[in-house]
Design a protein around this ligand. Structure first.
Ligand code: HJL
Ligand code: ZN
Length: 174
């Protein structure tokens, strides 16, 4: 995984600011013992504008933060999630507090697959922490994204806070 100082485009201060926004979104997510509370946003890196935001369980059903970003933006434009590829700016980047899931205990479509569908537009994914191994083991989604030409960049420095928020609804291990 690349580190944020190596990423072109937006300056690293901006990356931290966007990750802070994502963390504030994560705080809105209702605690649940079987998932992580995550926040995410899609940004047009060219114009430095936020396109949509999302957090875990924001949208109806068992929805993830990244998924909520896509659902909300698709709704605004009255298209399907997959059709977003035609209207997303060509330098769209995703910020997410926890790296996108490659597998879900519920069996729902993982966010890595959703991102891969949009790979023509989403060029970089900025993550605040790697996914802990608690639910689905070691996350192999990063490699899938990178193999598809999507950069995955760790924005460092907020790991502790991000994990505190992400696991707030979990039952303490004994
Ligand atoms: C990311 C989220 C979220 C997770 N990860 N990147 N964004 N909740 O919004 C990953 C975790 C899954 C569990 C349970 N969490 O959520 O592995 O019930 O939440 O489909 O595997 O799966 P469900
Ligand atoms: Zn997910």
């Amino acid at each position: 995984m690349a580190h944020e100082t190596e990423a072109p485009g937006l300056s690293s201060r901006l990356h931290v600011e966007y990750m802070q926004q994502a963390l504030n979104l994560a705080r809105k997510s209702p605690p649940k013992p079987t998932n992580y509370r995550v926040g995410a946003l899609l940004v047009d890196a060219k114009t430095n504008t936020v396109l949509t935001t999302g957090y875990t369980l924001e949208c109806e059903g068992n929805t993830h933060a990244e998924q909520s970003c896509f659902i909300k933006l698709a709704k605004v434009h009255n298209v399907s999630e997959k059709q977003l590829v035609d209207l997303l700016p060509e330098e769209t980047v995703l910020y997410t507090t926890v790296e996108p899931c490659f597998k879900r205990l519920s069996g729902n479509l993982p966010c890595v697959q959703r991102i891969l569908e949009l790979r023509k537009a989403i060029k970089t994914v900025y993550v605040g922490v790697k996914e802990p191994e608690k639910f689905v083991g070691s996350n192999t989604g990063r490699k899938e994204l990178e193999d598809a030409g999507i950069k995955v960049v760790l924005v460092e420095g907020m790991e502790k806070e991000i994990l505190e928020v992400a696991t707030a609804g979990h039952v303490p291990e004994r």
